[in-house]
Ligand binder design. Structure first.
Ligand code: HEC
Ligand code: HEC
Ligand code: HEC
Ligand code: HEC
Length: 397
């Protein structure tokens, strides 16, 4: 009896400790409205010299390849969308604005700066959603820094992490306090998003983490009757998925979601000469960091070999299904041109194409190539392949 009471009391304290800790540390969100200011990154150089130097080292992550040259099928799969002409691979945060200006893709509105620069984030906080609809050229000259200290700390790094991209706060909804800020700061950009058709504001296709998965996001887009673009030859109203690292890593099937945060694997802890430590702000692959790999070694004796094994399989499968999607696009375009199919028949195939491409793209554009959550990725590819096969089966030879 006594034991039970003690256990209950302990459990009570434990639960309260957890509950209270959550209640006491709500996600910090940056203030909005006129009067908001922004301290640019270079102003922090003297206060945080090590962190600042590591942040500037993102310049060294400069390699870039054009995915369209690498995978010519993208020109067909993304036909009608600017990504079909040039699609640069991701590189260091230092290059965000430069790469956006150099894409050769046409940019109409300022909303393209959403994930690129703290200068624009600050405008959205000051002006509200109307900032997203400003003409691109009107704001381009003011975009001077890339992802800045402000992006993840607002104006006070000493106060810890603060969210400045409000659409993420809206998307997490009632779950905002359950998502660790150290993951959420990255989720400000490494997420699936779209531009609202009317306001042009950046919006994520979910409210609450329970529906932050590819199935519910698709249902969301269906309910909204949303399309990012229409393929000119097939008439398929297509969705363009965007780098969903946050949803993939925190999604069902993730092995490490409860154990490690984005920073644990991408921002190593560096020990200074005096024994104190700081987080490197050079964002790297864990495979580029001896310090991070040392924390994995107990379970992964050969982390690079293990990760590359997963990635090679995922890459091969994704590319193979991509070529099927290219085939479907071309054959559906022929079917449309042939005049041999009724609009009803075509619409059934178009819907299968739209949905199959969504599941495929969700994996193709995720930057870890299977490392974040291979179970989720494989389940998406299973769905994509089944949908594409079904569509191909409906096309007469
Ligand atoms: C992309 C988001 C992001 C940006 C941009 C960013 N930080 Fe951080 N910062 C973090 C994260 C994540 C941590 C780790 C927090 C933790 O360990 O709890 C951190 C930790 C810190 C800390 C705490 C001490 C430490 O090293 O653990 C300081 C100080 C800091 N950042 C300063 C800066 C400065 C100065 C800049 C701009 C030069 C900057 N940060 C830019 C995300 C960011
Ligand atoms: C303000 C938006 C933004 C935030 C916040 C952000 N990122 Fe990024 N990140 C980007 C963009 C955009 C790129 C691609 C830059 C380019 O290629 O020009 C990128 C690139 C990267 C890369 C390099 C990819 C490569 O292939 O070399 C890594 C790693 C990365 N981010 C990790 C993180 C982590 C971890 C966090 C949170 C601590 C974070 N990012 C927060 C926008 C952001
Ligand atoms: C358990 C470790 C782990 C965690 C936690 C983790 N990642 Fe990764 N991430 C990886 C690995 C492994 C890769 C593949 C690296 C490679 O290909 O060299 C990767 C790749 C990436 C890339 C592409 C960078 C590149 O160099 O190719 C980005 C961007 C990224 N992760 C962002 C995130 C974000 C955002 C989060 C949190 C939502 C996160 N990661 C959480 C392990 C992790
Ligand atoms: C306590 C043991 C343990 C530690 C420590 C650990 N891992 Fe893992 N990791 C696992 C297990 C177990 C799996 C699942 C293996 C499988 O699916 O075959 C896994 C899977 C993974 C995967 C593949 C995930 C997927 O969805 O297929 C990656 C990537 C990974 N770990 C990276 C890391 C990195 C990076 C670190 C260090 C920061 C790390 N792990 C530390 C046990 C661990």
């Amino acid at each position: 009896m006594k034991k039970l009471v003690v256990a209950t009391v302990l459990a009570g304290i434990f639960l309260c400790a957890l509950g209270c800790a959550l209640a006491d540390t709500p996600v910090q969100v940056a203030p909005t409205g006129t009067g908001v200011t922004m301290i640019p990154a270079d102003q922090w150089e003297n206060t945080y010299p090590d962190v600042y130097a590591s942040y500037m080292a993102n310049q060294d992550n400069a390699e870039i390849v054009d995915h369209v040259k690498e995978y010519p099928m993208l020109a067909t799969v993304y036909e009608g969308n600017a990504f079909g002409t040039y699609y640069g691979s991701a590189r260091g945060h230092y290059y965000c604005v430069q790469d956006l200006l150099a894409t050769g893709r046409p940019h109409k509105l300022a909303n393209c700066f959403t994930c690129k620069t703290a200068d624009f984030t600050y405008m959205t906080l000051e002006m509200g959603d109307s900032a997203y609809a400003l003409p691109f050229e009107d704001v381009a000259a003011d975009m001077k820094q890339d992802v800045g200290c402000f992006t993840c700390h607002a104006n006070d790094p000493a106060a810890g992490l603060t969210l400045t991209h409000l659409y993420l706060v809206n998307a997490m909804g009632a779950d905002a306090d359950k998502v660790a800020a150290i993951n959420a700061v990255c989720g400000q950009c490494h997420v699936e998003y779209y531009f609202d058709s009317d306001s042009k504001a950046t919006v994520l296709p979910y409210t609450g983490m329970g529906v932050a998965n590819p199935d519910d996001m698709y249902a969301y887009y269906q309910a909204l009757d949303f399309a990012d673009y229409t393929n000119p030859r097939t008439g398929v109203r297509q969705l363009k998925a965007q780098h969903p690292e946050f949803e993939t890593y925190l999604g069902v099937g993730s092995v490490h979601a409860g154990m490690f945060t984005c920073a644990d694997c991408h921002m190593e802890r560096v020990t200074r000469e005096d024994g104190t430590t700081y987080r490197s702000h050079l964002l790297v692959s864990p495979l580029q960091s001896e310090a991070i790999m040392a924390t994995c070694a107990a379970c992964h004796a050969d982390l690079p070999g293990f990760v590359h094994g997963i990635q090679e399989k995922m890459e091969a499968r994704t590319i193979a299904i991509g070529y099927k999607l290219e085939d479907l696009t071309n054959r559906l375009a022929d079917a449309v041109a042939s005049g041999q199919y009724s609009e009803e028949e075509l619409n059934v195939i178009r819907e299968l194409n739209r949905k199959g491409q969504w599941y495929w793209d969700f994996v193709f554009v995720e930057n870890s190539e299977g490392a974040h959550n291979s179970r989720l990725d494989n389940s998406c590819l299973d769905k994509a392949e089944a949908l594409i096969d079904e569509a191909l089966g409906l096309l007469r030879r």
